[in-house]
Ligand binder design. Structure first.
Ligand code: IDP
Ligand code: MG
Length: 149
């Protein structure tokens, strides 16, 4: 089953939107695999956002993600990566589809509430970066056959 890393970023945590994010992913039918609430270290932030090093927004991005606690989660399901990114909406909130989290709760790209892995390969890498293997819970729900084909 495909895994994806989801972060409720510091703005989402401060604004009391952890529950809203979880609720929307549950409602979609995705299955929670792991969760933890943490302050992001400088090192973890730099590794997670290494691909953006050198871009004009990089320093601000590192300050943003380390500025307050985040809720880090692993979610799974068929096409979990694409499903989560669709539920979150486009990176720039004013381009995000109506009904998506970033459309409904955000205005600025530098305060866009959530992170979701951008490919199944990066999903695997990011889950390995943020979680120990023994933190991932393998389980079944009685409704799974009504959600997973
Ligand atoms: P994503 O989070 O939708 O995958 P990326 O392009 O990977 O978007 O960028 C990572 C994060 O960096 C974004 O979610 C956003 O918080 C921040 N970011 C991206 N572009 C800008 C920008 O132009 N200004 C400020 N922050 C940005
Ligand atoms: Mg990205």
């Amino acid at each position: 089953m495909e895994h994806t890393l989801v972060l409720v970023k510091p703005d989402g945590v401060q604004r009391g939107l952890i529950g809203e994010v979880i609720s929307r992913l549950e409602r979609r039918g995705l299955r929670l695999v792991a969760a933890k609430f943490l302050n992001v270290s400088q090192e973890l932030a730099e590794t997670h956002y290494a691909i953006h090093k050198g871009k004009p927004f990089y320093d601000g991005l590192i300050r943003y993600i380390t500025s307050a606690p985040v809720m880090a989660m692993v979610w799974e399901g068929p096409n979990a990566v694409a499903a989560v990114r669709q539920t979150m909406g486009s990176t720039r909130p004013t381009e995000a589809a109506p009904g998506s989290l970033r459309h409904d709760y955000a205005l600025e790209v530098g305060r866009n509430l959530t992170h979701g892995s951008d490919s199944p390969e990066n999903g695997v890498k990011e889950v390995e970066l943020w979680f120990h293997p023994d933190e991932l819970v393998s389980w079944e729900r009685s409704v799974d056959p009504w959600i997973f084909e």
